[in-house]
Design a protein around this ligand. Structure first.
Ligand SMILES: Cc1ncc(COP(=O)(O)O)c(C=O)c1O
Length: 495
């Protein structure tokens, strides 16, 4: 057996002509892999290029190109034609690094690796959020009717913005956000949400999730205490818990977060996170008395209130309720909005409205995190809002969601009597279904999932043991016929 044949056989070097990757690149990768894994030891002489080419049934150029690349990167040494050797001075660490990287990419936590407590906590079971199918299906919460997004219009605006972009939009942008978008958002919030808000206070974010992360890091230190709604939004809970904040769960009743209970449990917290317009997941609206009590407590103690107003545009009776921020006279409220529900989650655009005293710090934090959101996307959204498409889209979606919720309620009335009592909601994109007493909602949710329907259990959103068990049903993104079919699947799973 020639030296070529034995190397090809021992390294299992197989080049595949069907692959889009060029043959020289395949050979390069195979040899590099063999060197990094130690199969080809330092000092090993490689066969002559002509011989290896014959053995692999490729042109000599293919082998020469692969060798030259490996020589340029320091894996091989010597001159092509005068003997080529595996470099003998590859440091041990190269091999070690390689092995660790492979472990990480296979999803196996790195044992004993020097990563932060926060990093380690991300692989811990308790922190992994509920995962859904990539392609949303009934009744995954939080997903709007993505198929009803005005794609043609968006494409036209995109083409227009990209055809003649202003020079300043093509370099590094303002971490505060694109000024015309901030003006459009401030105008919208003043008119529709009763807010006190100037464009200077608006900071464009990569969705609420980044707003949560930056707010937590700007306002809280590890060990600080905060109130968190119980049950509440997991996306928020994970951010705060990950930072080492002490979570004080505060019960939610029909009037929203129970402020008195929070004060009784722990009055000296730095922050309260609330979803007053449409509590997530229970769907209740915070009463005016509770809003005033929350603001009075925050003013008196110097605490901050983080208002998450994620889907309040969808109010199906009367006008949208004014935001809590509009009642704040002392600058204690940080307001968070998102385009994920009114447009598309994939846009990754949202905003914070912060009290004037905090603006500079938040803008610095945004700048350090990732500089800014994509400038052209911000410009497209600005045109979308200023030309009236935003308001029109919301109006259209409201009608659609009223219709879809009605289909769900009617289907549930017909098929789920005694199994799941679905509570109609005047706001938002989801409803809650109550299970009969003592029925385990996690088990019910699992059975339903086996039928191809996602209905996360309410208990997954709780910190303290829940009083009642139920399921969360996001109906907004589901066509009427699919709603009816999914309800039949739920009935089958629960009966
Ligand atoms: C309570 C709450 N806040 C915020 C969001 C939106 O998050 P983002 O803007 O990061 O998409 C959601 C989405 O499900 C939510 O349920």
């Amino acid at each position: 057996m020639t030296q070529s044949a034995s190397i090809v056989a021992s390294l299992c070097l197989v080049l595949d002509r069907q692959l889009p990757t060029p043959l020289f690149r395949q050979l390069y990768s195979g040899l590099r892999e063999a060197i990094l894994s130690g199969h080809l030891e330092g000092g090993t002489r490689l066969p002559p290029t002509r011989e290896l080419a014959e053995e692999l049934e490729v042109s000599r150029n293919t082998v020469v190109n692969a060798f030259e690349q490996l020589i340029a990167e320091g894996y091989l040494e010597g001159k092509v034609g005068a003997g080529t050797y595996v470099t003998s001075i590859l440091p041990e660490d190269v091999f070690k690094t390689n092995i660790d990287v492979r472990n990480a990419s296979s999803g196996v936590p790195m044992s004993g690796a020097a990563i932060s407590r926060w990093g380690a906590s991300l692989t811990a079971k308790s922190v992994v959020p509920i995962r859904y199918a990539r392609n949303p299906r009934a009744f995954q919460p939080g997903v709007p009717a993505i198929d009803r997004f005005p794609f043609d219009l968006w494409a036209k605006l995109t083409a227009r913005c990209w055809r003649h972009p202003a020079r300043e939009l093509l370099s590094y942008g303002d971490p505060h956000g694109y000024w015309p978008l901030r003006e459009a958002i401030a105008g919208y919030l003043k008119a529709s949400r009763g807010m006190k808000c100037e464009p200077e206070q608006v900071i464009i974010m990569a969705g609420s999730q980044q707003a949560l992360d930056l707010t937590a890091r700007v306002l809280l230190d590890p060990g600080d205490a905060m109130w968190i709604e119980d049950p509440g939004y997991l996306g928020a809970r994970h951010v705060f818990a990950g930072l080492g904040v002490r979570l004080v769960p505060v019960e939610v009743d029909k009037d929203g977060l129970n402020v008195e209970e929070g004060i009784r449990r722990c009055p000296d917290v730095r922050l309260a996170y609330v979803t007053p317009s449409h509590q997530y997941p229970l769907g209740v609206t915070m009463s005016l008395a509770r809003r005033l009590a929350l603001l009075e407590w925050a003013t008196r103690t110097g605490a901050w209130v983080l208002e998450d107003d994620y889907d309040s545009e969808y109010r199906y009776e009367g006008r949208p309720l004014a935001a809590l921020q509009g009642l704040d006279n002392t600058g204690r409220v940080i307001y968070m909005g998102t385009f994920s529900k009114v447009l598309l989650p994939a846009l990754r655009l949202g905003y914070l409205v912060v009290p004037p005293a905090l603006v500079d710090t938040f803008v610095q934090a945004r700048s350090i995190a990732d500089r800014h959101s994509p400038s052209l996307d911000q410009m497209i959204l600005t045109e979308f809002m200023n030309e009236g498409h935003f308001a029109r889209h919301i109006r259209r979606m409201k009608h659609l969601y009223v219709e879809r919720q009605a289909v769900l309620i009617e289907a549930a009335r017909q098929k789920l009597d005694g199994l799941l009592q679905i509570q109609p909601s005047t706001t938002g994109l989801h409803v809650v279904g109550w299970l009969p007493p003592r029925r385990d909602d996690r088990l019910a949710s699992q059975h339903i999932q086996c039928q191809g329907v996602d209905t996360p259990p309410l208990s997954a959103y709780h910190i303290a043991p829940p009083q009642r068990s139920g399921l969360v049903l996001g109906y907004a993104g589901v066509e009427p016929q699919a709603i009816r079919t999914a309800v039949e699947h739920i009935a089958r799973a629960l009966s």
